[in-house]
Write a protein that binds this ligand. Structure first.
Ligand code: ADP
Ligand code: MG
Length: 303
């Protein structure tokens, strides 16, 4: 345990007081501030003692197995679920201003014969921002086009969205979520159906979005390994417990073993970090398939 950590009764590890953000200086109102949040479903507490502060351009990984509460936390941030305890604020307010949060929900099925083009889907992300419909003028489509080019989806803007590959569809969904220029982007398991190459491409894309545009990102996933090189902070959820903090504070054998209540190995080899869950790998499906470059590597991505 480092000086900045504390461990609560639930097994939570938090960065000290201002849990989370490296980008939020003391006294500065954070973009997103989650304090002591508990969410109950019936008699069961799905989320306990969640504390997180997110600053501009932060990249947060929300990691956990199926049923750990990842979607529940996103829905609470969106205001769709009211916590039974605690407080969630966006720039100090309980309700986000319209358009402030972009959202890519979990598992969107885009059927092959869906009669809409990729750019029509992105346009829906902008429609919601306007009062009434029927105002899709030149500047509207220019904004759609700009968002699509920004995520490398310009070339397939006119193709039926259901005919695109998984990686292409994910780019279109990201364009739809950022076309209205949000401050915070929530992505619920956007990597779930992607092969390793597409996974790395989408992660690199999101990393550039937050660096170039200052949009903060919260991304949920089962497997942290492909994300280790880009995450600033991690929210690890398991059976109502959580470990929250800077990535290098949470991604440690002692912290993760305490969270999961069985041994988790965190390997550091040649500047790479890899989380090995051994037999109980349900919590990290597929995480033994590869190692992941740590920070400072990946210069070859630039070209
Ligand atoms: N509307 C609901 N009513 C009751 N229980 C729910 C509801 N939504 C989710 N849950 C339960 O909350 C837990 C967390 O679900 P969820 O947030 O979807 O997990 P994850 O996204 O990490 O897979 C699960 O046990 C799930 O069964
Ligand atoms: Mg979910």
């Amino acid at each position: 345990m480092t000086r900045r950590q504390s461990l609560n009764r639930g097994g939570r590890v938090d960065s000290a007081n201002e849990a989370g953000s490296a980008a939020t200086a003391p006294g500065v109102r954070p973009l997103l501030d989650i304090r002591d949040v508990e969410v109950r479903m019936g008699r069961r507490a799905i989320l306990n003692d969640i504390n997180l502060s997110v600053g501009d351009g932060d990249f947060i990984g929300l990691i956990g197995a199926n049923g750990a509460g990842k979607t529940t936390l996103m829905r609470a941030i969106l205001g769709d679920i009211t916590p039974s305890r605690g407080d969630i604020r966006i720039l100090g307010q309980h309700r986000a201003r319209m358009g402030m949060i972009g959202y890519v929900p979990q598992k969107i099925e885009l059927e092959a014969d869906l009669p809409i083009r990729a750019k029509d889907l992105v346009a829906l992300g902008l429609d919601g921002q306007r009062v009434g419909f029927g105002m899709r003028g030149a500047s509207f489509w220019k904004q759609v086009d700009h968002a699509m080019r920004g995520v490398g989806a310009g070339d397939f803007a006119d193709r039926p969205v259901g005919r695109l590959s998984g990686g292409q569809q994910q780019r279109v969904l990201i364009a739809a979520a950022i076309v209205a220029n949000p401050r915070l982007l929530l992505l619920d398991e956007p990597l779930a159906n992607l092969d390793p190459a597409n996974t790395d491409d989408i992660i690199a894309l999101l990393d550039s979005i937050r660096r170039e545009r200052g949009i903060s990102i919260i991304l949920s996933a089962h497997d942290i390994n492909p994300l280790l090189g880009v995450l600033d902070h991690v929210v690890y959820l398991a059976e109502g417990r959580s470990a929250i903090g800077a990535t290098d504070e949470v991604i440690r054998s002692d912290t993760l073993s305490r969270l999961y209540r069985h041994h988790i190995e965190v390997l550091h080899v040649d500047g790479r970090v890899m989380v090995m869950t051994g037999q109980n790998s349900h919590a990290h499906a597929g995480d033994e398939r590869r190692t992941v470059p740590g920070r400072g590597e990946g210069a070859d991505d630039a070209g």
